[in-house]
Design a protein around this ligand. Structure first.
Ligand code: PLP
Length: 382
């Protein structure tokens, strides 16, 4: 089996498991003032500090959520509710579906949304962005740190400068940036979304980092947890897993050169097949992601062939796989529906070495060649 879908999720790391096992024993409610509660609360604090240390942010700025999706929703809805009708949001067409699907709700609340365009490589223009900020005067700009499908990185430090110059807030969905980019690149945004399961932590836990001075309305109620920014008894086991994963990541960080692995894979395929393009190739990308288009090959056919070989990749984002609609990210980059349906994503991680990616590359080349030959024969026999 070869797993090449690390942008969808990662396996649970050892420290995450250890810390979760501790949390299973400490079953008290962290809000209780007795000893059981205090023990759970201590583990919660230790986990918060561990995540804060990984990012270099203040532990008090961290609001734990049920994942990156909730963190995104909280950032957008929380601010829309804070500002009220007339709230103006500037975002892009290639954001994660948790941003996209929150937009109709914001409009229902009387918010106004504008999109900044990206080019065919998935990159935005800072000049266009500045013009839009000047004319639209958004309360909030929400732009992702790195795209989950193409890996393309938006220039967050420059975007933050623009936002600060025009007195608007910046939210960045850094779910795919965490563990792949130096945190200084994205952590200074006013609001930052992260998720545990992209760094070998458990699924179902993430955080929104809310910088001091930024106020938003909570979207979950039930108690004063997370300094009243997210009510409800904390998911102590999940949060402990996030803490453990963050600690392990800090200790092992940088030990694997995924760019070398990814570049080797891309060169291997590019050198053997025609009719191939790599989305975002000319732009800065996170080091583990390749989004390939194999002309003439429907992505689900290639996915199915590789699956039978025990090689696991994805077409578009995991959240939208299973649906036959083409990726909104690729459509946002100007691809036609049929072009978008020919794209697949390989994303590498802990268990990907040069031998692994070479094996995958050879299988991909063999299947693409076979499927193309079959398609030609079919066309000739018509
Ligand atoms: C860029 C991005 N944002 C948000 C999310 C959602 O995170 P979660 O799965 O923790 O809800 C994902 C998940 O794939 C993602 O890639």
């Amino acid at each position: 089996m070869i797993y090449a879908d690390y942008n969808a999720t990662t396996p649970l790391g050892e420290k995450a498991k250890d810390w979760m096992a501790q949390a299973l024993e400490l079953w008290g409610n962290p809000s209780s003032s007795h000893r059981y509660g205090r023990k759970a609360s201590e583990l919660l604090n230790k986990s918060r500090e561990s995540v804060a240390e990984l990012l270099g942010v203040n532990p008090n700025d961290i609001v734990f959520t049920s994942g990156g999706s909730e963190a995104n929703t909280l950032a957008l809805m929380g601010l829309a509710l804070e500002v009220g009708p007339g709230f103006r949001l500037l975002t892009s067409l290639v954001e994660h579906s948790s941003i996209r699907d929150t937009l109709p709700l914001i409009e229902k609340l009387g918010g106004i949304i504008q999109h900044v365009a990206v080019n065919s490589e998935g990159q935005l223009s800072l000049v266009d962005l500045e013009k839009q900020i000047e004319t639209f005067k958004p309360h909030l700009v929400s732009l992702m740190t790195a795209n989950n499908e193409t890996g393309v990185i938006f220039p967050i430090p420059q975007i933050l400068q623009l936002c600060e110059a025009h007195a608007c807030l910046l939210h960045t969905d850094a779910v795919q940036g965490l563990g792949k980019l130096d945190p200084t690149f994205y952590r200074n945004a006013h609001l930052v979304s992260i998720s545990a399961h992209k760094i070998y932590g458990p699924k179902g836990v993430g955080a929104l980092i809310i910088k001091k001075g930024v106020s938003l309305v909570a979207t979950h109620y039930g108690g004063a947890q997370e300094i009243k920014r997210r009510g409800g008894t904390e998911n102590v086991v999940g949060i402990a897993g996030f803490g453990g994963a963050a600690r392990e990541w800090q200790e092992t960080h940088g030990s694997q050169d995924l760019k070398k692995v990814r570049d080797y894979f891309e060169t291997f395929i590019g050198g053997s097949l025609d009719g191939v393009s790599i989305q975002g190739e000319k732009e800065p990308r996170i080091p583990n992601t390749s989004n390939f288009r194999f002309q003439g090959i429907a992505s689900e056919v290639l996915l199915g062939a590789l699956d039978l070989e025990g090689i696991f990749i994805s077409a578009g984002s995991a959240c939208s796989s299973g649906s036959i609609s083409p990726s909104h990210v690729l459509l946002g980059m100007g691809f036609s529906e049929s072009e978008a349906k020919e794209c697949v994503r390989f994303s590498w991680g802990q268990m990907s070495g040069l031998n692994t990616v070479e094996e995958v590359a050879k299988k991909v080349i063999a299947h693409v060649t076979r499927i193309r030959a079959r398609n030609t024969l079919k066309a000739l026999s018509k």
